[in-house]
Design a protein around this ligand. Structure first.
Ligand code: ATP
Ligand code: MG
Length: 717
């Protein structure tokens, strides 16, 4: 077999087309259009657009993209079967005549999605064996510890031996194909290695972010039915030490007999001093706990692969819980493999250059870490960085010093991290040589234009296309995203759909699909793409209910979006977050963007609250830059700024200064909590200490912030 073929498939890696600099030029000063195209901003945006419309005529969009995208939608079987067959190893070919079978109509029977039926493959084989054979000495993983002096790198050959050993340990502990294994680990290379080890033997991994509490861990072990847990004694996170073992012990002890973990493999990560301060991290239960490193050393470094049906489960991953109880999203083997690999290569412009060093700062506890730290880059044979630390330790230049030291070429992070770093000024960035960078990416939330500009100018020096990727745990990979240098960018827009993605905007009142441009609606998908979730673990009913019950025949994302004059998509936030103030639809992202455009504001979160006259009124939570004090004058100035920029009807009623915002552990603002705190009918209960109405707050990174916010209600806003 020739893996050389793997990087030369037709539409996946077209040679770079010369493109005029005009089309590369991002449209700076662009203001995102409003949710409904009714507000002053929308008008402004349209004026801006028409003055620049030459840049955005269809000719500005790469023709091969237009042709390939059209084919991927009209003939998904032909499009994806060629990519899948050329770029991945299939032990047994899938049936090329029925590559995709599905039903998206709840009215016509159960929802189901099948890709590459009849095919047998193994994603771990496609990562490990394939590159260990082709480029054995190439670096697969670079480890960057919490302590910057701790780095290491592993070749594909070394990766293979490590994966095989962990796979053999799991087998020795009785793990079989289809069994679930929970991973509650720090961001060392052991985490992606354990994921790959599970996949090698057909076990379903369920990664639980290492910042979660014992309750959250226990709930995920129980729901997934994991009998084996891989964890660590602890981990340094910035200055702090997190005692993972004691959290895991509490979680395991809380489980009933039938949900018990039978084997707990423990990675020893803490040094003597850290252990002295955290004696419970050394606790071992001899009937259950096993030393991970010793177990790996005791087994063979050869392990046969378990061939999987294309639709066999690969992993379960619980969503971040921004909107409610986390959902156990289930991904399967073949489609996820093809989709994570293809999105990686196209979106991050990976063409196999050995000098490409890809850094996704996300933890493997999130889908971003699954698809763009572990699977996507490694499936393509690209070097991927595993980062254990945090952006502000030892100081605010950590990201940039790491980019400089490892000569990172593609860098992928979250808007929340960028906003936090922007707050520290430009100096921490400017003192590092970032000339290796060629692509910058963001994911997780809409990126406000001010942060986009900073990323573009200060980090990218205006030379790096920014890929603002919109996608979800459920989608497995990027959905709306720029492809570098294939069309002009607009700050704050995720631009156009990836191959195979057929977005539709639906008007919630008529339930009709909105045709044409300059429309706003619920963002839905008309047909499956290979990486989409197939179900929720053990709860297909909830899967059908959450994603397919609103609009028959469509996958419903739960987000709202605008399609602008040029056909570009702007995700305006969760559909629940669109406010209707005096009859005007206002996207929360738009108001937040106006706040963050003020030099004193670090972050803002906007929610609505019931108002007798306006229907809904605007309530803003604002955090200020280092050293700035919230004052009555500043409050007045901010309200005025928003009213001037977006229209008088957008004038916020309440500006609530707060030291921090409530965020999920993945860094997203939990607006459902902010909505409750802003609701006057809940104020008395909240001030009396009854927090019941806030719902599940277990996925909050810092629960204490809720108390600060409630206390803030006593101040006049
Ligand atoms: P839950 O589903 O439990 O409420 P969650 O939706 O926060 O959690 P994820 O799947 O991690 O969990 O996040 C996906 C969501 O993040 C998207 O639906 C969207 O709202 C938001 N998002 C992700 N990327 C972007 C982006 N580039 N622009 C705008 N929003 C984004
Ligand atoms: Mg979601």
């Amino acid at each position: 077999k020739s893996w050389a073929r793997t990087l030369s498939a037709r539409s996946t890696n077209p040679s770079p087309r010369p493109i005029s600099t005009a089309t590369l030029q991002p449209l700076t000063n662009f203001v995102p259009p409003s949710a409904a195209g009714q507000t002053g901003t929308a008008l402004m945006a349209q004026q801006l657009l028409s003055s620049r419309s030459r840049l955005l005529s269809a000719s500005a969009i790469d023709r091969s993209y237009l042709a390939d995208h059209a084919l991927s939608i009209s003939d998904p079987d032909a499009y994806w079967s060629e990519i899948a067959a050329n770029n991945y190893h299939w032990e047994k070919s899938f049936d090329a005549s029925t590559v995709l079978k599905y039903n998206f109509h709840a009215s016509k029977g159960p929802i189901h999605i099948e890709w590459f039926k009849g095919g047998k493959t193994n994603i771990s084989y496609n990562v490990v064996d394939r590159w260990a054979e082709d480029t054995p000495e190439k670096t697969a993983l670079i480890f960057e510890g919490n302590d910057p002096s701790e780095t290491a790198s592993y070749t594909f050959k070394e990766l293979k031996a490590k994966v095989f050993r962990v796979a053999n340990v799991l087998k020795a502990k009785g793990v079989k194909k289809g069994d679930r294994v929970a991973l509650y680990l720090p961001m060392t290379v052991d985490l992606p290695i354990s994921m790959l080890a599970c996949a090698r033997i057909g076990a379903v991994h369920s990664v639980v972010f290492g910042g979660f509490s014992s309750d959250a861990l226990a709930a995920r072990i129980k729901d997934s039915g994991s009998k084996v847990l891989i964890t660590a004694d602890g981990v340094g996170r910035g200055e702090k030490v997190i005692n993972l073992k004691s959290i895991a012990d509490t979680a395991m002890d809380s489980l009933g007999a039938e949900d018990q973990v039978e084997t707990c493999l423990v990675l020893e990560r803490l040094n003597e001093e850290q252990l002295k301060d955290n004696p419970t991290a050394s606790h071992r239960d001899p009937s259950r706990d096993v030393d991970f490193a010793a177990a790996c050393a005791a087994v063979s470094d050869d392990c046969p692969v378990t061939w999987m049906d294309a639709e066999d489960p690969l992993f379960i991953l619980y969503t971040s819980g921004s909107t409610g109880t986390p959902k156990g999203v289930l991904h399967t083997t073949g489609g996820y493999m093809v989709y994570s690999g293809e999105t990686f290569r196209n979106v991050f412009d990976y063409k196999g250059a050995p000098s490409d060093i890809f850094w996704c700062t996300a933890d493997c506890g999130w889908i971003t870490g699954h698809s763009y730290l572990a699977y996507g880059p490694l499936l393509s044979g690209c070097t991927s960085i595993v980062f254990e630390g945090v952006p502000n330790y030892p100081d605010a230049s950590r990201f940039w010093s790491t980019v400089e030291r490892h000569k990172v070429t593609q860098f992928y992070t979250a808007p929340t991290a960028l906003r936090a770093l922007m707050r520290e000024g430009d100096e921490p960035v400017k003192k590092h040589d970032l000339s290796s960078l060629r692509i910058l990416g963001t994911v997780g939330e809409p990126i406000n234009p001010a942060a986009w500009d900073w990323y573009n100018e200060i980090v990218g020096k205006g030379n790096c296309p920014i890929v603002d990727t919109w996608w979800q745990t459920e989608t497995g990979g990027h959905m709306l995203t720029p492809l570098p240098n294939k069309w002009p960018l607009k700050p704050g827009s995720a631009t156009l759909p990836f191959y195979g993605v057929a977005p539709a905007l639906i008007d919630p009142s008529s339930e009709e699909e909105l045709e044409g441009n300059d429309v706003h609606g619920h963002l839905c998908m008309k047909q499956p793409w290979p990486g989409m979730a197939r179900s929720l673990w053990n709860n297909h009913e909830r899967f059908e209910e959450v994603y397919f019950s609103q609009f028959d025949g469509y996958y419903c994302t739960g987000d709202g979006a605008q399609r602008d004059e040029d056909g570009y998509f702007w995700v305006t936030g969760r559909v629940d977050d669109v406010l209707i103030v005096s009859g005007h639809n206002i996207g929360t992202a738009e108001v937040e963007s106006s706040f963050v455009g003020h030099g004193d504001v670090a972050e803002a979160a906007v929610v609505g609250f019931p108002h007798e006259v306006k229907g809904e009124a605007i309530y803003c939570y604002v955090t200020l830059n280092q050293g700035v004090e919230g004052s009555e004058d500043l409050r007045w100035e901010l309200k005025k700024k928003v009213a001037e920029e977006l229209g008088a009807f957008c004038r916020p009623d309440v500006v609530h200064f707060t030291p921090a915002l409530p965020k999920t552990r993945s860094g997203k603002i939990m607006r459902r909590i902010l909505r409750k705190i802003a609701d006057p009918s809940e104020t008395d209960k909240l001030l009396a200490g009854d927090l019941e109405c806030l719902g599940d707050i277990s996925t909050l990174a810092d629960e204490a912030i809720v108390h600060d916010l409630v206390e803030g209600l006593r101040e006049p806003c």
